[in-house]
Design a protein around this ligand. Structure first.
Ligand code: NAD
Ligand code: UFG
Length: 339
């Protein structure tokens, strides 16, 4: 395998994936507009991998920039993480999401085609399932997203299914992530959201480090064992390993791969708080407030297909997810912002 271009590679999941690609001996380039990440990530990736990581500060919607990148470098594959991911923002600013996530992807795919690059991994999401009326999502579960963000992910999946149909030589993997959490074991890279975190784990860790007073728990009246929401939390390093497994599978299998990347085991909000307290030794003050609009009580992955076709399964449990998040947060209370 030659060189891999990672769009959005300065972001949370992309950066962890870059480390594993580099450790596997691949040459990696990162293309990112830094709209939700920091330049300092690249230096840390170089420190952790001992390799030079080419960084291209560009937007995937910038056709001229992509054309220049593809004409100057021979990439064998693209891993496409670049995109916006905040559900509530997507509801308020739908055009921003369609432009960034869908139009950006179209420009990228067109320029890949012009450059004869036909191996692609796309970051999809469990959000594509929407509210299908069951709690364990298999890849065959109907796709009915209930927010704009999920809609953009389904649209890109549909575009890629059509590209594959028209261009059978394309090798495509659609990876549907469940809830990525955790950080690299070194404590040098992790999730560093700008502003107030939308998601549970970064919020808990910012409370633990003293940046926020308390966690708001969105509802304890769900029909779940402790009344709080259940999700399938997956360690970001397991998720990153799933991308390497998908790259390997694409080299052997010419069909379009669509798989869930989750653990198959749901945990509640209260279980995550308690695991974090155990890992950090810090008490997390919290207050139960009303349900958050758009949240489902419970869902998790049917993770069997990934095991079967990628020979991949998640290995790390919530204790490790919390320990690694805490190491990262404690050592970098302001994320990459101090750099
Ligand atoms: P992230 O925001 O940390 O990373 C995304 C990166 O893409 C950022 O570095 C950002 O600067 C960059 N980017 C955004 N728009 C761009 C553009 N137009 N051109 C170039 N770069 C651009 O998010 P993440 O959590 O690492 O997510 C990576 C991907 O996985 C996203 O596509 C996201 O939708 C998807 N995903 C994330 C989750 C999650 O909960 N984190 C779950 C399912 C799917
Ligand atoms: N929660 C709280 N308090 C918070 C944040 C979250 O109680 O401050 C609860 C939520 O109600 C939910 C659980 O913690 O029960 C997880 O919430 P997250 O916001 O961490 O994650 P979501 O499951 O809502 O959504 C995430 C990403 C989506 C992605 C989806 C994939 O935000 O982008 O996982 O399954 F699509």
């Amino acid at each position: 395998m030659g060189k891999v271009l990672v769009t959005g590679g300065a972001g949370y999941i992309g950066s962890h994936t870059v480390i594993q690609l580099a450790h596997a001996g691949l040459e990696v380039a990162v293309l990112d507009n830094l709209s939700n990440s920091s330049r300092g990530v690249i230096a840390r990736l170089e420190e952790l991998t001992g390799k030079t990581i080419q960084f291209i500060h560009a937007d995937v919607r910038d056709r001229d920039a992509l054309r220049a990148v593809f004409s100057e470098n021979a990439y064998e594959a693209v891993i496409h993480f670049a995109g916006l991911k905040a559900v509530s923002e997507s509801q308020n600013e739908p055009l921003k999401y369609f432009d960034n996530n869908v139009s950006g992807s179209i420009v990228l795919f067109e320029e890949m085609m012009n450059a004869d690059i036909s191996k692609l991994i796309f970051s999809s999401s469990a959000t594509v399932y929407g509210d299908p009326g069951c709690v364990c999502y298999a890849e065959t579960t109907p796709l009915k997203p209930i927010n704009v963000y999920g809609q953009t992910k389904l649209m890109v999946e549909d575009i890629l299914r059509d590209i594959k149909w028209a261009n059978p030589q394309w090798q495509i993997a659609l990876l549907r992530y469940f809830n990525p959490v955790g950080a690299h074991e070194s404590g040098r890279i992790g999730e560093s959201p700008f502003g107030t975190p939308n998601n549970l784990m970064p919020f808990i860790s910012q409370v633990a480090v003293g940046k926020r007073e308390k966690l708001m728990v969105y509802g304890n009246d769900y029909p779940t064992p402790d009344g709080t929401g259940l999700r399938d939390y997956i360690h970001v390093d397991d998720l990153a390993a799933g991308h390497l497994a998908a790259l390997n599978a694409l080299s052997k299998d010419n069909s379009l791969i669509t798989v869930n990347l989750g653990t198959g085991k749901p945990n509640s909000v209260l279980e995550m708080i308690s695991a974090f307290e155990k890992a950090s030794g810090v008490t997390i003050p919290y207050e139960i407030i009303g349900r958050r609009s758009g949240d489902l009580p419970e869902y998790y992955a049917d993770a069997h297909l990934a095991k079967k076709i990628l020979n991949w399964e998640a290995k790390l449990g919530i204790d490790r997810m919390c320990a690694d998040t805490w190491r990262w947060q404690k050592n970098n209370p302001n994320g990459y912002c101090d750099q």
